[in-house]
Design a protein around this ligand. Structure first.
Ligand SMILES: *Cc1c(COP(=O)(O)O)cnc(C)c1O
Length: 409
């Protein structure tokens, strides 16, 4: 019997200008091709230490506990929540998009009591709204999203950490979509745990979740380390804690693994560690300010080009993320057909949208390795051509000209 062995993996070379994943920096791909090391090999543990140091720079923090959770960005989110929450813990979530809903979904399974500040999609919460929420609900933990790719808005976080500390609340931020593209100013914000991913502005593949943990959050998590099986209430007065409800995502065990103790937990995902290390090295080499400026320039040019086509951008300019732009699908145009033609005729992927925005906007990203002038220009030129093909009357060339002008040419 002949066995079908299928073809070798040889994907088409698409330009991924959606909300992620995006094209991976070639240096990251090359790093991933390196061979394995034993997990306690001194070369390997040295790579782990270097990765911790690099991600302190990426997260703009001095936090000792800055490491990788193996798995996609959601692994970091789940590790943070399961390690900060126990049944009965009070969690306040700022929900302004799909990823805010994901936080509730995870916290619900943990058995936390959930309170929310619900913000219309396309807007952000004010510091006052967050403070009012904290005073009204007395949470143990506050959780929010920095850049929610579902709405393309970035939540301002200055002052949030200080506010939380004043009210004795631990804080968590999902910065998956902004890490590497906008300042994720962990120490300036004063927040306790921040997590990210590689497949957005870090220019890596999905599969590793960088995380940074403040000393006070680490102390809290470590205090749950020796709790034996059997659930205790979060509200006990003797200070006992419930055991962390996950083994794989137990941050106390993961910290022990990344500490000098090197207590065996999982096998570090070696190729992903190489990828995460190289992605951070590229960022540090480029310089954080230069990298953020590159993303901001791509975003401004994309916005200018889309507007020059007569299209309307989604959400407020003031709170727009610098790496993914939401734009309304014009009246009478089939958004999915445009996406298909972009892919088939130009090998360019742009994003659709979820929930209340489904069928109403496209999401066009310029993240990481793709936050580049020529890729912005190619995307705009292609979109303009496709819209003309679809019978949407446009003057040819205006979008690219406007983007070039925004780049100062
Ligand atoms: C993309 C994204 C995620 C995705 O998580 P994965 O597990 O890597 O798919 C999570 N949070 C935010 C804010 C995102 O933009």
């Amino acid at each position: 019997m002949t066995q079908n062995i299928f073809g070798q993996i040889d994907p088409p070379s698409r330009m991924l200008m959606g909300p992620g994943p995006v094209n991976v920096h070639p240096r990251v791909l090359r790093a991933m091709a390196a061979d394995m090391l034993g997990q306690f090999d001194p070369e390997m543990t040295e790579y782990m230490n270097q990765t911790m140091a690099l991600y302190r720079t990426v997260f703009m923090t001095e936090n000792r506990w800055t490491l990788l959770v193996d798995g996609t960005a959601r692994a970091g989110i789940e590790a943070a929540l399961v390690s900060l929450l126990e049944p009965g813990s009070r969690l306040l979530i700022v929900r302004a998009g799909r990823f805010g809903l994901l936080l509730s979904e995870i916290a619900q399974r943990i058995g936390a009591e959930i309170f929310t500040i619900d913000i219309p999609w396309g807007e952000v919460a004010t510091l006052k709204q967050i403070e009012d929420g904290i005073i009204a609900h007395r949470p143990n933990v506050l959780a929010c999203i920095h850049g929610d790719t579902s709405t393309t808005m970035a939540q301002p976080l200055d002052g949030v950490g200080e506010l939380c500390r004043r009210h004795d609340v631990l804080s968590y931020v999902d910065a998956t979509a902004t890490l590497g593209g906008m300042p994720v100013a962990t120490d300036r914000w004063g927040v306790d745990i921040v997590t990210g991913g590689l497949q957005k502005c870090m220019g890596g593949p999905p599969g590793s979740s960088p995380i940074t943990i403040s000393d006070r959050a680490a102390a809290y998590i470590m205090s749950r380390r020796h709790v034996e099986a059997g659930i205790r209430s979060a509200n006990t007065t003797d200070g006992t804690r419930a055991r962390i409800a996950s083994n794989y995502f137990d941050l106390a065990m993961i910290m022990d693994y990344w500490s000098e103790k090197r207590l065996n937990h999982h096998t570090e995902a070696t190729s992903m560690l190489y990828a995460a290390r190289e992605a951070a090295r590229i960022m540090v080499e480029e310089g954080l300010e230069a990298r953020f400026a590159r993303h901001a320039a791509a975003s401004r040019a994309m916005g200018a080009g889309l507007r020059a086509m007569g299209l309307t951008l989604f959400g407020s300019d003031e709170h727009r993320m610098a790496n993914v732009t939401g734009v309304y699908i014009p009246e009478g145009v089939d958004g999915e057909k445009v996406r298909t033609r972009m892919r088939e005729d130009f090998e360019i992927e742009i994003g659709s949208a979820f929930g209340p925005l489904q069928g109403r906007i496209w999401r066009i990203g310029a993240m990481g390795y793709n936050a580049a002038k020529h890729k912005v220009l190619l995307t705009l030129g292609a979109l303009e051509a496709v819209l003309r093909q679809e019978g949407h009357g446009l003057v040819s060339g205006r979008a690219v000209d406007a983007a070039l002008a925004e780049y100062g040419e």
